[in-house]
Design a protein around this ligand. Structure first.
Ligand code: AMP
Ligand code: MG
Length: 346
């Protein structure tokens, strides 16, 4: 079923949706980051359906969503003062904390790890569904595994309708990229996946922060990583993608035009509004991602831009890189993986 709650949550429908969750069914719902595909986190059979619907590798654990901080203790334990500080400052919000798990969390959720990822969304619809379901909800991003995350309902319906019991439409997601994932290791908060909550935000609160070096590194299959999700192909369209990241703006435009020409002008470019008139692609092959100076807006647009580019089935997609600062760190982390580390830098 499709439910439109863009203007307002419908309380009758909310009851139906929460019953579905309690009965072990899958529901797609919006959060402030991206859409999630959720199931009762305490029901292993229900969680199993998520892996099937997404085609997600079973060793990639899920984030457990709660709507009340007191619920953290029901699924996690031994919370340190630093972890507590992070909870106090960043929840609710686009922030996920890896904590020592409790035994009531099924292995399928944590992929057998001793830890569990916890997030408390700020989105009103997400909070309503979690609260009235009365159970924690395991929810990865709403997309087929490996594809860009779902931020717009049309994209999600195309990809997942028929694979879930309900889809709740809350309009386009606000932030557009997934939460910042943090694990405290030896009293230092380590960012395993960058997001809207930046290293500076975390440093301000606890005094220090580290970005896992795998955030910007290519990872080979046999490597041990802190977060299993780091290993997998991600956020990738069907067409091959290349990230173009020149320090000098004139170089950037020159090289993009040169590369586009090499593809007989059939390439698609995902680029900044400022460059629209200066990059010479075929008519509709320039996808405007917004101003180069508005990184929040780029984060919001990036996944739908990738899907739009892919729908054109081009031989290649060139994507403009952004400054690796603030939320730009998260955008570049995603784009490097979208491009499978195929990057032109100068
Ligand atoms: P998604 O839900 O698709 O946004 O992905 C969730 C991310 O959190 C993936 O990168 C997971 O590997 C990561 N994650 C979930 N649980 C854990 C955990 N217990 N330890 C480390 N990373 C985790
Ligand atoms: Mg995902």
């Amino acid at each position: 079923m499709y439910y439109n709650w863009k203007e307002q949550t419908n309380t009758e429908e909310l009851k139906i949706v929460c019953n579905l969750i309690r009965n072990g069914e899958l529901v797609i719902f919006p959060t402030e980051t991206v859409y999630g595909i959720g199931a009762n986190a305490l029901d292993p059979l229900a969680v199993g359906k998520i892996f099937v619907a997404k085609g997600r590798p079973s060793d990639n654990p899920l984030i457990v969503h709660i709507a009340d901080k007191r619920k953290i203790e029901e699924v996690a334990q031994d919370i340190s003062p630093i972890e507590q500080k992070l909870i106090d400052n960043f929840m609710p919000g686009p922030f996920t904390l890896i904590l020592k798990r409790k035994d009531n969390i099924p292995d399928i959720v944590t992929a057998g790890l001793e830890t569990v990822a916890i997030r408390m969304p700020s989105n009103i619809i997400a909070r309503g569904i979690i609260t009235f379901s009365g159970v924690p909800i395991a929810a990865p991003s709403a997309n087929i595994s490996g594809k860009p995350s779902g931020t717009k309902i049309e994209d999600i319906r195309k990809e997942l309708e028929g694979k879930v019991s309900a889809i709740v439409d809350g309009g386009e997601t606000e932030i557009g990229i997934e939460s910042t994932v943090v694990k405290v290791i030896n009293d230092v908060p380590v960012i395993l996946r960058p997001g809207k909550i930046t290293p500076e935000d975390i440093k301000k609160v606890v005094g220090n922060v580290r970005i896992d070096k795998k955030v910007f590194e290519e990872i080979n299959d046999s490597e041990n990583v802190e977060s299993p999700g780091m290993k997998y192909k991600h956020y990738a369209p069907e067409s091959p993608c290349k990230l173009i990241n020149c320090e000098d703006e004139l170089d950037q435009i020159f090289y993009i035009n040169k590369f586009v020409k090499e593809y007989d002008n059939k390439a698609v470019v995902i680029g900044f509004s400022e460059h629209k008139e200066r990059i010479f692609t075929k008519d509709n092959n320039f996808i405007d991602i917004g101003s180069k100076d508005d990184l929040d807006n780029i984060a919001k647009n990036i996944y739908s831009a990738l899907r739009k580019a892919d729908a054109l089935k081009p031989p290649v997609i060139f994507i403009e890189g952004v400054k690796k600062q603030g939320i730009g760190i998260a955008i570049m982390n995603r784009l490097m993986r979208t491009c499978e580390y195929n990057i032109f830098e100068k």
